[in-house]
Design a binder for this molecule. Sequence first.
Ligand code: NAP
Length: 257
Amino acid sequence: MTDPIDEQAQSLPEGESPFGTTGVALVTGANSGIGFDIARLLIEHGITVWVGARDPEKGASAAARLGAGAKSVQLDVTDDASVAQAAQQIGDLDILVNNAGVNPGGADIEGTTLEQLRLAYETNVFGVVTVTQAFIPALRRSAHPRIVNVSSGTGSLEWASGPNPQFDWERVRGGGLAYRSSKTAVNAVTLFTAQALGDDFKVNALAPGLRRTNLIPGMTAGGDPAEAATGAVRLALLPDGGPTGALWSWDGTRAPW
Ligand code: NAP
């Protein structure tokens, strides 16, 4: 296998989607926020999208709003049986977007409980691993397998200890231990998954930037989640010569681990 980390690639290539109008995607946690917009934009590109939602009613409602091209599937990323059932129902898959995530709060090392850490890791890390493992067999059957892990710029260790174009790290220094370290783990899982699956797969992580979603109840700060979704879609539709095993900002520029 060639080195999957193309050190020269500092921005995503522009190119035609390799799928035409025949691709099939699964977006976890697609009933709201960034995931909903990822589903919407993939459908606009002609992709059939399985809208993963842990609450089937929310999933059905989101799929109805998305219209033709959307199908809903019950999928709780923390529930092995739910993930296995979804994999059976979906069958063939080209694009997996691991978007579902939680921020259970907490502050710095002294202000975070193990319970908050466990909640963050259960969904954001173990959920990504469980879903990825369940869908690797289907993705191996695809001519252009793609995995997009929705991470966070708050999990970049380089951005946490130096200039950070996305977040005011000086203000949050040491804070958000549970959520941010879970996203650091997502970055590691992304790199090692890319290395294990080889260059036929394109496995990348996204730093979406601060977005107004349901992630933190009452949060009013942040930009349009649709803007972040454009970055996920570029990773989902990467051409075969595109990069794998890297973290990307929503605007298509390379972000440091
Ligand atoms: P959101 O609106 O709360 O969306 C999160 C989605 O994940 C919801 O659909 C939620 O379902 C789902 N989810 C949570 N736990 C799940 C589980 N166990 N199984 C299946 N689905 C589950 O927030 P968002 O901001 O769009 O979050 C999407 C991703 O972006 C997350 O990975 C988040 O960490 C990441 N992110 C967000 C920001 C930001 O500023 N918003 C910044 C960086 C990264 P329910 O509706 O049932 O709760």
